[in-house]
Design a protein around this ligand. Structure first.
Ligand code: HEC
Ligand code: HEC
Length: 460
């Protein structure tokens, strides 16, 4: 599909809502290059066995495909023996919709920042904005580099500008990270140069990949490495990754009036929707509101706001930072209490405990066969049921600490019908913690979340 037809499709999507993403089969060379890199296990050291997909498996909703780790230590093993990460791998799909990291005013309870990639937004994507001071925030943990249009061949700058931003800056990080793929920029360049898919680089950029160490102040291999990151970003922004092909998307598109309640949904799923958005209906006659949409609501730039959850492309994130009161997870090796503060490790003057709202797309994908997923940044939660129960009763159940249980795991908390104190004080109290939902209303919300899994699963 050419970029031109893509624009046409986006336009028609905006005009005629029951739109479903076109067949993701035909990729542009730059997207195909990015896809090959994403699945290439040879781009890791020492064993040549780790790809992006090792921690972001499309079949599992783009997270770590290891049920045992998810159920226990949460963090992903790196390519190097004994190396492990320190935070849960989030889904990479739909992250390309996050705008460059920027300040804003979102009311008294929300830190004045939005956008970026990573749980703390430190992949800022500021190089995408012409003339932006970069990085924009007082950086603490900002990533070392951003990609600017001038990193692209001049003949491609206009065409590929749309791929620059947080998602491209993010892609600079996993290779050189010693708890991830553990491979230098120059080695990545050299391995792509001899890879089976090397021709895609030429097709995408109009020349062979250059891995020379010159000129010394800005070696060619570094520029080539940035171009590979742009290719990954291009694929991550494609409909192959962001297919908008979930049961909810299809049921909405197939519905007669394209409004809830949906004919292809069960009553339980429709009720889950009404609770998620606080919509009064025959299923939800009291208009109960679980307030999920206060944070898990967002549409691609340029599309109308979606207060009722009826937009064809719902992202289920505001890409802002919130503190929901997640307990400390003592099972992550080497990460002490109070260390993972979220946004505060990136910018100053914000309280600890704020993390970027994750998308809810694909949260239930791959749960078949007893597979366990970990939820929230530290993976303390092991099921959607318990997380929704937490939102409902965080401030209602007794604290595990009052029963003499410190740093409880999810299992210990559920067994004792208690919740641990949040790792950081003062979580958002206005919207979560005491929703007064019944058990069956909690189940309805979970049933609704289960309709967010994309049917399309890209393969290497
Ligand atoms: C060893 C496991 C591992 C590998 C390999 C890995 N990632 Fe990740 N990924 C993570 C973790 C952990 C995070 C969260 C880090 C943080 O927020 O501090 C993450 C975050 C991300 C995000 C941010 C999503 C968001 O919404 O903020 C994207 C995008 C992403 N990875 C893409 C990639 C790509 C592309 C590659 C390959 C070049 C890759 N990852 C390789 C573990 C991994
Ligand atoms: C105040 C904003 C806010 C509200 C309201 C809210 N969430 Fe969240 N949600 C977040 C943030 C922020 C995180 C990540 C927290 C963290 O990692 O510490 C999150 C995490 C999650 C996750 C885990 C996703 C993952 O990939 O790990 C799920 C599922 C979820 N929320 C569902 C819901 C549901 C269902 C509701 C309504 C009952 C809800 N949320 C209400 C902000 C919110």
């Amino acid at each position: 599909m050419t970029l031109f037809t893509k624009c046409l499709i986006l336009t028609s999507a905006a005009l005629t809502p029951p739109f479903l993403s076109a067949d993701a089969g035909a990729l542009e060379p730059i997207e195909a290059l990015g896809k090959n890199i994403f699945f290439d296990e040879k781009l890791s050291i020492p064993a040549n066995k780790q790809a992006c997909a090792s921690c972001h498996d499309p079949a599992k909703g783009w997270i770590l495909p290891n049920s045992t780790i998810n159920a226990t230590t949460v963090v992903a093993p790196g390519a190097k023996p004994h190396a492990v990460g320190n935070i849960k791998p989030p889904a990479n799909a739909y992250a390309s919709f996050s705008p460059p990291f920027r300040s804003g005013n979102f009311g008294p309870f929300t830190p004045p920042w939005e956008g970026g990639n990573f749980w703390d937004g430190r992949a800022e994507g500021c190089g995408a904005t012409a003339g932006a001071k970069c990085p924009t925030a007082a950086p603490r943990g900002a990533v070392s580099a951003t990609i600017r249009p001038s990193d692209l061949p001049s003949s491609k700058q206009a065409q590929y500008a749309e791929f620059l931003g947080p998602i491209a800056d993010q892609a600079l990080n996993p290779f050189p990270n010693d708890v991830e793929q553990n491979i230098r920029e120059k080695n990545v360049c050299q391995r792509v140069k001899t890879a089976k898919y090397k021709d895609l680089y030429r097709q995408a950029y109009g020349g062979e990949i250059d891995c020379s160490p010159n000129p010394k102040e800005n070696p060619a291999y570094r520029t080539s490495f940035k171009r590979l990151a742009v290719a990954i970003a291009a694929w991550q922004a494609s409909t192959d990754v962001n297919s908008f092909s979930s049961k909810r998307d299809r049921a909405l598109a197939d519905d007669k009036d394209h409004k809830f309640p949906l004919e292809d949904f069960t009553d339980q799923e429709n009720l889950g929707h009404d609770l998620f958005y606080g919509i009064t209906s025959s299923l939800n006659p009291q208009g109960k509101n679980a307030l999920c949409a206060a944070c898990h609501n967002g549409v691609p730039q340029g599309q109308a706001a979606d207060p009722r959850g009826e937009a064809p492309k719902q992202l289920y994130t505001d890409n802002r930072y919130h503190h929901i009161g997640v307990p400390f997870n003592r099972q992550i090796p080497g990460v002490g209490k109070g260390v993972k503060t979220g946004l505060r490790t990136h910018v100053t003057n914000v309280p600890p405990g704020n993390f970027r709202t994750p998308t809810l797309r694909n949260v239930a994908k791959g749960l078949n066969g007893g597979f366990v997923k970990a939820y929230t940044h530290n993976g303390w939660f092991k099921s959607l049921e318990s997380l929704v129960h937490f939102y409902n009763t965080r401030d209602v159940l007794r604290r595990c600490e009052t029963l003499g249980i410190t740093n409880a795991t999810e299992k210990e908390a559920l067994q004792n019908n208690c919740w641990p104190a949040p790792e950081f004080p003062n979580p958002a109290v206005v919207v979560v913690g005491n929703l007064r939902l019944t058990d069956s209303e909690e189940s309805a919300i979970v049933a609704y979340l289960k309709t967010f899994g994309d049917a399309h699963t890209p393969r290497p």
